[in-house]
Design a protein around this ligand. Structure first.
Ligand code: SAH
Ligand code: DHB
Ligand code: MG
Length: 294
């Protein structure tokens, strides 16, 4: 059993709850089909009602996992807790080192926005499938996804990961070291990724580009990937369901509109530009994956 602890979970961008508070939320008495009907009816009345229904169901799911000893903050794209528990038991997506690295990131005050544990495992396997030696990551945070990526790479490979926040970058370097990845395997570039990417262009072409920061500029990172991946190289984007709102033209704020437009444009380009063959994996967050074809 995985140890239970108090931690924040992300319900929507900017909306976090302490897992302790989840016990105050009742599991809804209706199933998925009924929830959908409620949502459709609510849409006619008020889009805020949809959000509330989603939050309630999401919180109830997370509570059920936590009661089963699964400290998963993002889920697995499966709402049946028994399936989730089964997948955790058999595929063991997170080892104790990675758990401690998430914990260290919390102690250092980093936000709880790493990829979900199964998305981390997906990353390792996807990177392994490409036989990658040269990988680029936009958005390091504490190095959690980067460690998954490094584990999937060839042993001589190098990860270039880009982080705006110097404190995040320091925590990440420390975490990479603890995971056995030193300066010869990983470089953390501090500053805005869009500017700093120019510093690694002479090492192109790359095998994988993983985009996980600065949602508004996802399309710019995709265009960079188009030009700097090898044919057969892979671009991966996290959070591409836009917290369940990706299709919504009008969000609740200008900022949300910009984020959702960024994610939509990213998905449209990777799906329809003719440069990639792409899919969107139905993980909890949505993981877009495209292979460069021309
Ligand atoms: N990939 C990480 C999570 C990244 S969270 C993981 O799964 O472990 C997004 C990170 O991107 C944050 O640390 C944030 O500080 C950083 N960030 C935000 N805007 C950025 C930018 N323009 N360039 C580089 N990093 C940025
Ligand atoms: C946020 C960013 C992420 O990349 C993520 O996976 C979850 C949340 C955020 O900015 O809130
Ligand atoms: Mg993310």
């Amino acid at each position: 059993m995985i140890e239970m602890r108090s931690r924040f979970i992300l319900v929507m961008p900017g909306i976090r709850m302490d897992i302790k508070d989840l016990s105050k939320i009742q599991r809804p008495k209706f199933g998925d089909a009924q929830l959908l009907m409620v949502q459709v009816a609510a849409a006619v009345v008020n889009s805020k009602a949809i959000r509330k229904a989603q939050h309630t169901r999401r919180a109830a799911e997370v509570r059920e996992w936590s009661l089963m000893g699964i400290s998963e903050d993002k889920g697995f794209g499966q709402s049946d807790p028994k399936v989730v528990e089964y997948a955790h038991r058999v595929f063991k997506p997170e080892d104790p080192l990675l758990t401690s690295i998430r914990e260290e990131s919390r102690r250092q005050g980093l936000p709880d926005i790493e990829v979900g544990v199964f998305d981390g495992l997906h990353l390792e396997v996807l990177v392994g499938m490409t036989g990658a030696r040269r990988v680029v990551e936009i958005g390091t945070l504490g190095g959690y996804s980067g460690i998954h990526i490094l584990r999937g790479m060839q042993p001589t490979g190098h990860l270039h990961t880009f982080e705006l926040n110097p404190h995040h970058a320091d925590v990440a370097r420390e975490n990479f070291n603890r995971a056995g990845f030193g300066a010869e395997r990983v470089t953390v570039h501090v500053g805005p990724a869009l500017t700093n990417l120019a510093n690694i262009e002479r090492e192109a072409p790359f095998d994988v580009v993983f985009v996980d920061a600065d949602k508004v500029h996802y399309p710019d990172y995709l265009r960079w990937a188009m030009e700097h991946l090898r044919i057969g190289g892979v671009v991966i984007g996290d959070n591409t369901f836009g917290w369940g709102q990706v299709y919504r033209e009008k969000g609740v704020s200008d900022r949300e509109d910009q984020v959702l437009t960024g994610l939509r444009t990213f998905n449209d380009l990777v799906a329809n530009s003719g440069r990639f063959r792409a899919t969107i994996l139905p993980t909890a967050e949505g993981l877009t994956v495209g292979v460069k074809v021309r």
